[in-house]
Design a protein. Structure first.
Length: 204
């Protein structure tokens, strides 16, 4: 029998992903940070964050890094204390933990959750293809978009404003870090799904 978590999204395990990059082109621009938040159900059947996986990533050989992108995300790709790893190491470690969570919860595969997730999924897929990683646990094109969900639930599509509407704290000074943005996006997703589940279960 499938677990309640697996039944909720037709066998998909939602995993929140955020990437920080050196530009907008996943084929040519560097992947610089990646974070993935695995979700779970607590004892009250409410969605919450379970585990955050995050890595600083070395630009792949020949990658483009646009100064305007670095000005936006405030990343120094070559800082000696970044402790960055290769794309292959970062993705292999994240994919292994996601596959483990998929198995533990009786799901069939993971589905990427993001705020405008087409961007994050495109960089994830491009990096997997570059490194020759075959066992990508994420659905190849389906995603859950918290911008769309927040527009429906709160009338807000900007992440900071949607979080405010959901009653979740937002610190603009920490924004555009993959860890911070992924965890806040996860909090937003959980708030929306928990609110919906409460409504459809007949609570006032």
């Amino acid at each position: 029998m499938k677990s309640p978590l697996a039944r909720r999204f037709r066998g998909f395990l939602p995993v929140v992903v955020d990437v920080e990059t050196g530009g907008f082109n996943p084929e040519s621009d560097a992947l610089l940070e990646i974070a993935a938040v695995i979700l779970c159900l607590d004892e009250n059947a409410c969605w919450r964050r379970a585990e955050t996986l995050a890595y600083h990533v070395e630009p792949f050989p020949g990658a483009t890094i646009n100064p305007s992108a670095l000005e936006f995300n405030r990343i120094d790709p070559f800082h000696p204390f970044r402790m960055a790893v290769s794309e292959q190491v970062a993705l292999n470690k994240i994919f292994a933990q996601v596959r483990k969570a998929v198995t533990v919860h009786g799901c069939t595969r993971a589905i990427l959750v993001g705020h405008n997730p087409a961007f994050d999924l495109s960089f994830l897929r491009a990096a997997a293809e570059r490194t020759g990683i075959k066992r990508n646990p994420f659905h190849s094109f389906s995603t859950f978009d918290t911008a769309t969900l927040a527009g429906l639930a709160y009338g807000q599509t900007v992440l900071a404003r949607a979080l405010e509407a959901a009653g979740v704290e937002w610190d603009n000074t920490q924004a555009h870090s993959a860890i911070y943005d992924a965890e806040k996006t996860a909090d937003l997703f959980c708030a929306i799904i928990n609110r919906w589940d409460t409504l459809i279960n007949g609570a006032v």
